[in-house]
Design a binder for this molecule. Structure first.
Ligand SMILES: [Zn+2]
Ligand SMILES: [Zn+2]
Length: 396
C-alpha cells in the first residue's frame, strides 16, 4: 500500500479523535460537540473554517496557487439512535446513541487529510472539506445546499467515501451510475365501517381490505415494472384492531420503496395509488395513500467515478480496486449533492469485523448493527486517499 509517511506518523492522533467522537455520538442536527471539535482542529492546522451551514455543518477551505479549479470532499458527522452493545473503552457514553454507521471514521479520515493538506501538500486550486450533519434521515446535505453551499464554496466536482463492512481493508468499490437507491416511504390508511365481529355483513372490514392491498402491491414489482429495472417494495407495518370480537373502523399499512431511477419510482407510486384506492373500493372501503420521496438515488458521474477509481489504484494498487461493485438498495443523502454537481460516492472496505475488540456484543459487523465499529486501520488509508484525490484533481 502506498500511504503518505506523514499521515501514517500522525494517524495515532487521528485514531484518538475517531474514538473520542465514537464515545460521544450525537444524533442528526445535534452534532454540536462534534462540529466544535472539527472546527477547532481545522483552525489549529491553519484551515479557514466556516460554520453554520445546515445548522451544525462545517466547511474547511484550503487554497494554493492560482488555479480557479476546486473540489469538494464530504464527510458526515451524525450517529444513530441505537444502544451500543460493545464494551471496549471507546464505546458510546450517550445512552441510546451510537456511531453504528462509521461517520465517526469518515469525519476522522477527512480531518487526517485536512491536516496533511494544510501542512503543505502539493496542489493548485481550492479544496473544500465538507462536514455535513444529519445524513441519517435528516437530509443534512440538502440543508447545506439550501444554505448556499455551492454558491459560497463552488466545487467543480464533489466526492464522498463510505466505509463498507464485507469489503476487505485496502479495497475500494466504485460504480459508474447508480450506487445507492432512492429512499421513499408510503402510508396507506384504509377506512371501513366497524361493528360486531359476529355480524360482519353489517359493516365494511378494513382488515380484509388491507390484506388484499398488501398482496396486490407486490404485483407492481413482478408485473408492472420492467424485469430489468431494480426496485424493492417492502410493507413493514400493518396495524388494525384492538379486540378479537370487534371489526375495527380502519387499518394502517406502511413501508418503503427503493429504486435506482425516478421514472421507476413514478410508476410504482401511481400503481400503488390505483391498487390501494380501487381495491378498497371493491371491498366497499376507501383508502388514501401518502407517498414521500425523502432521498433520491445516488448516481455517480461515470467520468468522475473512473477518476476516483484511478486515485484508489495509486493508493492500494489495481488488485484493491473494484470498478463495478454491485450497488445496494440502501440510500444516502450525498445523492442531493450529486444531483447538482458531478462527482462520485464510493466505498472503502471496513473488513470482516476482526478489528473489533474481544468482548464486543453479538452479531455481525454490518452498518446499523449494535456491535458495529469503524475499523481504525482505515484512517491512514482514507486520509491518504483524500489527499491524493485533491492533488490529482488540482494538479500543479
Ligand atoms: Zn447509516
Ligand atoms: Zn452512513
Amino acid at each position: 500500500m502506498n500511504l503518505i509517511d506523514h499521515v501514517v506518523r500522525f494517524s495515532g492522533d487521528i485514531e484518538q479523535i475517531r474514538r473520542d467522537i465514537h464515545a460521544h455520538p450525537e444524533l442528526r442536527f445535534e452534532e454540536r460537540r462534534t462540529s466544535d471539535l472539527v472546527a477547532q482542529r481545522l483552525a489549529e492546522w491553519g484551515v479557514a473554517v466556516t460554520r453554520g451551514l445546515g445548522g451544525t455543518g462545517v466547511v474547511g477551505t484550503l487554497k494554493r496557487g492560482t488555479s480557479g479549479k476546486s473540489v469538494g470532499l464530504r464527510a458526515d458527522m451524525d450517529a444513530l439512535p441505537i444502544q451500543e452493545a460493545n464494551d471496549f473503552p471507546h464505546r458510546s457514553t450517550h445512552a441510546g446513541k451510537m456511531h453504528a454507521c462509521g461517520h465517526d471514521g469518515h469525519t476522522a479520515m477527512l480531518l487526517g487529510a485536512a491536516r496533511h493538506l494544510a501542512a503543505g501538500a502539493s496542489f493548485d486550486g481550492t479544496v473544500h472539506l465538507i462536514f455535513q450533519p444529519a445524513e441519517e434521515g435528516g437530509a443534512g446535505a440538502q440543508k447545506m445546499i439550501d444554505d448556499g453551499l455551492f454558491e459560497r464554496f463552488p466545487c467543480d466536482a464533489v466526492f464522498a467515501m463510505h466505509n463498507w463492512p464485507g469489503l476487505k481493508v485496502g479495497e475500494f468499490g466504485f460504480a459508474a451510475g447508480p450506487m445507492m437507491a432512492s429512499g421513499n416511504l408510503f402510508e396507506i390508511r384504509v377506512t371501513g365501517r366497524g361493528g360486531h365481529a359476529a355480524l360482519p355483513h353489517l359493516g365494511v372490514d378494513p382488515v380484509l381490505t388491507a390484506v388484499h392491498i398488501v398482496q396486490a402491491l407486490q404485483s407492481i414489482i413482478t408485473r408492472n415494472k420492467k424485469p430489468i429495472d431494480a426496485a424493492v417494495l417492502s410493507v413493514t407495518i400493518i396495524k388494525a384492531g384492538d379486540a378479537t370480537n370487534v371489526v375495527p373502523d380502519g387499518a394502517f399499512i406502511s413501508g418503503t420503496v427503493r429504486t435506482f431511477d425516478e421514472p421507476v419510482t413514478d410508476l410504482i407510486e401511481s400503481r400503488m395509488r390505483q391498487i390501494a384506492e380501487l381495491t378498497a373500493q371493491a371491498h366497499g372501503a376507501t383508502a388514501t395513500v401518502n407517498f414521500e420521496r425523502y432521498y433520491p438515488p445516488t448516481i455517480n458521474d461515470a467520468e468522475q467515478a473512473a477518476f476516483a477509481a484511478a486515485v484508489a489504484e495509486d493508493v492500494v494498487g489495481a488488485a484493491g480496486v473494484i470498478r463495478d461493485v454491485e450497488p445496494t438498495m440502501g440510500s444516502e443523502d450525498f445523492s442531493f449533492m450529486l444531483r447538482v454537481r458531478p462527482g462520485a460516492y464510493f466505498w472503502i472496505g471496513n473488513g470482516e469485523g476482526t478489528h473489533r475488540a474481544m468482548g464486543h456484543g453479538a452479531g455481525p459487523c454490518m452498518l446499523h448493527n449494535a456491535s458495529y465499529d469503524f475499523n481504525d486501520e482505515l484512517l491512514p488509508i482514507g486520509a491518504t486517499y483524500w489527499v491524493r484525490l485533491a492533488e490529482k484533481f488540482l494538479p500543479r
